[in-house]
Design a protein around this ligand. Structure first.
Ligand SMILES: [Zn+2]
Length: 368
């Protein structure tokens, strides 16, 4: 998953990432193409969503990316997160919100109160138009419609949302959210697309054809794995490559494949796993590459290699050569000392312990 909403990723860099994916057999690009901080593709009838200054991909750009990826056997799955993560759209079209705005496009990370107003017919029409656009641009049988981090406060005080709830006979806003998600997924299904949603709110009331992406395994105490829904694994402590190497060291990404393979053996609903690069703080190519590589390679090898054949020692040995193949900024990326800070700490601590034992034993007069 590449987040091009928080930081815009120029086309040339994006194609380079696709090349690297092809080289390492990563076969799906989940393209996070809108969020609170930016809307990156044109939608007919809503010209103000994009602007040259903020950066976006034209239809030609998107067609080029899709066919470039297709030639390399990579499927591009677009994501437009809704009904939350919508400030960039609401700042251009405040009438799609509950309050009417005005809104300012934020920078940095955050979860924002203002979301799509699902009580307004105009907003439902907008959401459908977005799905139409994604269906026309992306041949993938899947589309990702987000559905995470949705504060429901605005809906609780919005006359339109409350009216919609009454009409449908719902008692709380969570049920209204389920209705919206099912409606939009049904609309996508009519167009031949399966919908993927982040697992945050997905429960038995959601259409079983919806695929869930589990990013926080602590949410719902793993119950998502026993539900009717198919699952994409992307546990943030193993696969969020925007995190520092201290939090998600190379060795931990490499270990993730083992747990994914174990889950797949136990549960046929686990489709596979994903590595993710959120870009709230990765606003230069150099930063993005130093976070992607070599962890992208570790994930690729660990996802595809039979668990009995996995060897982190061997993987590290061949790495220095390999990252030269995938990154232009070798000087920044090629620093083995940063790849695995936890492991380095353990090695240092072991050395220190050995010294202490030697010193103690001398004092005690014992020869080791
Ligand atoms: Zn509303």
């Amino acid at each position: 998953m590449l987040d091009v909403a928080r930081s815009f990723c120029p086309l040339e860099e994006l194609l380079g990432i696709i090349d690297a994916m092809a080289l390492y057999k990563l076969n799906v690009l989940h393209w996070h193409i809108s969020d609170d901080q930016g809307w990156r593709f044109p939608v007919d009838g809503y010209p103000d969503l994009v602007s040259e200054d903020r950066g976006y991909y034209s239809r030609d750009d998107i067609n080029y990316v899709v066919s470039y990826a297709e030639k390399r056997n990579i499927m591009v799955v677009p994501e437009v997160d809704m009904p939350g993560h919508m400030i960039a759209a609401l700042s251009a079209y405040p009438k799609l919100s509950c309050t009417g705005g005005p809104f300012v496009i934020p920078t940095g990370e955050g979860i924002f109160q203002d979301i799509l107003c699902v009580g307004k017919a105009d907003t439902i029409a907008f959401a459908r138009k977005v799905v139409d656009t994604l269906c026309s641009l992306f041949p993938s049988p899947y589309i990702h419609l987000g559905g995470d981090e949705i504060p429901l406060d605005r809906w609780a005080t919005c006359p339109d949302c409350q009216h919609r709830m009454q009409e449908l006979g719902y008692k709380d806003e969570k049920a209204l959210l389920g209705w919206f998600s099912n409606e939009i997924a049904a609309y996508a299904r009519e167009k031949g697309k399966s919908t993927i949603l982040w697992s945050d709110y997905v429960d038995a009331s959601y259409d079983p054809s919806i695929i869930t992406q589990v990013w926080n395994p602590l949410l719902g105490k793993h119950k998502r794995f026993h539900s009717n829904h198919q699952v994409i694994k992307s546990d943030y402590f193993h696969s969020y490559l925007d995190m520092s190497y201290a939090l998600v060291p190379l060795s931990r990404v490499y270990r993730y494949g083992k747990s994914v393979q174990k889950d797949r053996k136990q549960n046929t609903k686990v489709l596979g796993a994903e590595l993710l690069l959120w870009t709230e703080y990765l606003n230069t190519r150099e930063k993005r590459e130093s976070h992607l590589y070599p962890r992208l390679l570790a994930g690729a090898e660990s996802f595809w290699t039979k668990d009995s054949k996995l060897s982190y020692t061997r993987f590290k040995r061949i790495l220095t050569h390999d990252i030269q193949l995938v990154s232009d900024n070798q000087n920044n990326v090629n620093k083995p000392s940063i790849w695995d800070p936890l492991l380095l700490e353990q090695i240092k601590a072991r050395r220190a312990r050995k010294k202490r034992v030697t010193a103690n034993s001398k004092e005690a007069g014992i020869s080791l």
